[in-house]
Design a protein around this ligand. Structure first.
Ligand SMILES: Cc1cc2nc3c(=O)[nH]c(=O)nc-3n(C[C@H](O)[C@H](O)[C@H](O)COP(=O)(O)OP(=O)(O)OC[C@H]3O[C@@H](n4cnc5c(N)ncnc54)[C@H](O)[C@@H]3O)c2cc1C
Length: 438
């Protein structure tokens, strides 16, 4: 039995700790913030009472999350939390806001084919691109081509501008320009897998109470399994100490035989001074995108769409995600929850804007999209900011990617930087757990 330290209490750290404990190891999970969950963590949004009603609090995920029918590992996590019976599957709709100012449904193939601005040949090429992408087995091949060039080659420029670009911007922001075609390959494969396992409809899942509930129950499961949970314990340094690794945290130093660091790769390089210059260089060279994500609590719904793509390249946010078009509004005390994400580079000045400044930048465009939305309908507006969310799969990335094993005995690194052929999602992240198990 080895002593394992897992740095980071996001879903990756949590499920790794669960599996290691199940295999009989002595496991300590060290999380820097007061709560578990990382990017999936929930938060509270204060909703001031109107017309004499008392103030309320909406508790939901800081960042919107859905589970696909094909997300087997995510569903295993929900099972480990004992919540399988509370996973609800809902058919969702997708919207499309065109440059003509019209909001349309693109929730099925027929609606999709009615999209204006694309002729029959464009649509044929679009369908052909998706089918062709789904048939390619080797994502590595796609890494050599920029994603915009690959899509324009197979779908044409007009379809790229009107269809693919809004989709890329919704997932990658302007970082799509640096991404390889491996990204769209991974996206197409994820959607195909979802539809294969489903009813050809877009069915998404959520757990009642959101990730707050999953994380709470998962924390209890880990404690029952004997995992030591250290919260509020930011790790400052991980260094060799004889045959072991010493982990210095704000709560003291812990010693382990094996340590897995699940933070972003730049931070991992800072935390581990014993890595070689080449290893540290690879970690720091990973290009990340960050997110500024506003949560809006509204008095009434905007539209029936969970996700609305926006064609206009100059929008202040990259998509509209209406959570309560999917999750029962009763989960939010009868209010409506909308997210406005903006994917940006870690250096973007938007990270320094206050919530009020973000609101002033975002709200006028939202009101242009939904003209009936009045200022007073926005009951609360709260902004989440994370500078390094996801490693962008740049050209030839898998060849430069930092390895999970390091030259320091017992030290392992894992996160989106080790996922060259994936999109940003829990299920693919949890795939790393298998690779880390001894
Ligand atoms: C806007 C948005 C929407 C998303 N939508 C979906 C979706 O619909 N479906 C889906 O499946 N996935 C979605 N995801 C992706 C999903 O949230 C991530 O893939 C997943 O949460 C990554 O987990 P992780 O454990 O690897 O990383 P993280 O969650 O980043 O965990 C890392 C942990 O390390 C901790 N840490 C950092 N520094 C230290 C330190 N020095 N000491 C100790 N601890 C430290 C952090 O606090 C954090 O808890 C979305 C993500 C975002 C941002």
């Amino acid at each position: 039995m080895a002593r394992w330290g897992v740095v980071g209490g996001g879903v990756l750290g949590l499920m790794l700790a669960h599996r290691l404990a199940g295999a009989g190891h002595d496991v300590t999970l060290i999380e820097g913030t007061p709560e578990l969950g990382g990017l999936t963590a929930a938060w509270q949004i204060a909703v001031p009472g109107v017309d004499g009603a008392p103030d309320e609090t909406v508790t939901w995920d800081r960042h919107y999350h859905v589970t696909l029918l094909s997300d087997r590992r995510t569903q295993e996590m929900v099972a480990a939390a004992g919540l399988t019976d509370e996973l609800h599957w809902v058919e969702t709709k997708t919207g499309y806001y065109g440059t003509d100012g019209e909001l349309r449904s693109v929730s099925n193939t027929m609606e999709f084919l009615r999209l204006p601005g694309l002729n029959a040949l464009d649509k044929l090429r679009l369908g052909g691109t998706i089918v062709y992408g789904s048939k390619i087995r080797d994502g590595k091949r796609m890494e050599r081509i920029p994603v915009d060039a690959w899509l324009q080659r197979w779908s044409g420029t007009r379809t790229f501008e009107r269809f693919w670009k809004p989709l890329l911007r919704a997932k990658l922001g302007d970082a799509y320009r640096a991404a390889s075609a491996a990204f769209i390959w991974a996206t197409i494969h994820r959607l195909y897998a979802a539809r294969r396992s489903g009813l050809k409809k877009e069915m998404f899942g959520y757990v009642s109470g959101g990730y707050a509930r999953v994380l709470d129950r998962l924390g209890a499961t880990l404690t029952a399994e004997g995992v030591k949970l250290m919260l509020n314990a930011p790790v400052r340094r991980i260094r060799r100490d004889g045959d072991q690794l010493a982990v210095d945290t704000d709560l003291g130093t812990e010693r382990f035989d094996e340590v897995v660091v699940t933070t972003n790769s730049h931070l991992a390089a800072d935390l581990c001074p014993d890595l070689t210059p080449d290893e540290a260089g690879r970690l720091r060279a990973v290009r990340y995108m960050g997110i500024v994500c506003a949560s809006l609590v509204l008095r009434q719904p905007l539209a029936p769409y969970y996700l609305t793509y926006i064609t206009d390249p100059d929008t202040p946010f990259t998509a509209v995600v209406e959570m309560t078009a999917f999750v029962d509004p009763q989960e939010m005390g009868g209010h409506h929850l909308v997210y406005l994400p903006k994917y940006v580079s870690p250096e973007d000045p938007l990270f320094d804007a206050s919530d009020e400044e973000v609101r002033a930048g975002f709200l006028p465009y939202l009101q242009r999209m939904y003209p009936t939305l009045r200022d007073e309908d926005v009951l609360a507006f709260r902004v989440s900011r994370v500078r390094r969310v996801f490693a962008v799969p740049t050209l030839g990335y898998s060849g430069r990617m930092p390895s999970m094993t390091t030259s320091v005995p017992g030290l392992h690194l894992a996160g989106s930087a080790q996922l060259p052929f994936a999109t940003l999602n829990v299920n693919d992240t949890l795939g790393l757990v298998e690779e880390l198990l001894p």
